[in-house]
Write a protein that binds this ligand. Sequence first.
Ligand code: ADP
Ligand code: ADP
Length: 229
Amino acid sequence: MIKFQNVNKYYGDFQALKNINLEIGKGEVVTLIGPSGSGKSTLTRCINGLEAISDGALFVNDINIADPKVDMRQVRQNIGMVFQHFELYPHKTVLENITLAPMKVLGMNEAEAIEDAERRLNNVSMLEHKDKYPSQISGGQKQRVAIARALAMRPSVMLFDEPTSALDPETIGDVLAVIERLGTNQPDLTMVIVTHEMGFAREASDRTIFMAKGEIIEDRPSEEFFLNP
Ligand code: ADP
Ligand code: ADP
C-alpha cells in the first residue's frame, strides 16, 4: 500500500529524511512519534506529494510517485489529509464544506452528496451543526468536520499531521475518539498519524514508529513499543 525504498529528502543542504525504508500495509494504523524536527511531518507529506522526495522510490497503491510522469491529482484523490490547522472553507457551511469536492471531483449529484455528507457528519456527532460556518464552531468540531470532509472523497489512505496539537485540551479526546473509531470501523483504511499523544498511539494504533533526526529509530507493534519505553 505504502512503501518507502531508500528515501532521502533534502531541503537545500539540510537532510530531513535519511534512508527511509518503510512498508505500511493496507488497513494498518501507524502512529509516527518523535521529537519536533525529526521528520515526521516531512515523511507524511511525501506520501501525498506535498513534498517531493529527493531520491529513492515511494510507492503509494503500487504507483511510484517519484516518477515525474505520475498524475499526482489522481494519486491524491485516494489520500485524505488532516492537518494541525483546520483548513475548512470559511465562507461555506459545514455541510457545503463536505459536499463540494464529491460533487466537483467525484461527480456526485447534489442530493447524493448531501445524503452522504449528513451521514458522515452524524458519524462525527456534527450533524446538528451542519448549517453553521466554521467560525461558529470550536477547534475540535472543525477538526471533526475536516475528517468527515476528507473521508467524503472515499480515500484508501488517511494522513493526520498532529491533528490535535492546536486544540484546547478538552476537545482533544473527541477528535482522537473519532480517529480511533475510524480504525475499527473501516478496517481497509490505511492511516498514518503524527501525534504527541502517547496514550492514543498505544491504544489506537497497530504500529508505532519513533523518528529522530530524520531516521526511523524504532518501528514496532504498539503494544510491544510501549512495554519497553
Ligand atoms: P517534525 O514533523 O518531526 O516536527 P518536520 O518534518 O516538520 O519535523 O521537519 C524536519 C526538519 O526539516 C526540521 O529541521 C525542519 O526545520 C526542516 N524543514 C521542514 N520543512 C522545511 C522547509 N520547507 N524548508 C526547510 N527546512 C524544512
Ligand atoms: P480542486 O482544485 O479540485 O478544487 P483543491 O484546490 O482543494 O482541489 O486541492 C488541490 C489539490 O490538493 C487537489 O489535487 C486535491 O486532490 C488535493 N487535496 C485537497 N484536499 C486534500 C486533502 N485533504 N488531502 C489530500 N489531498 C488534498
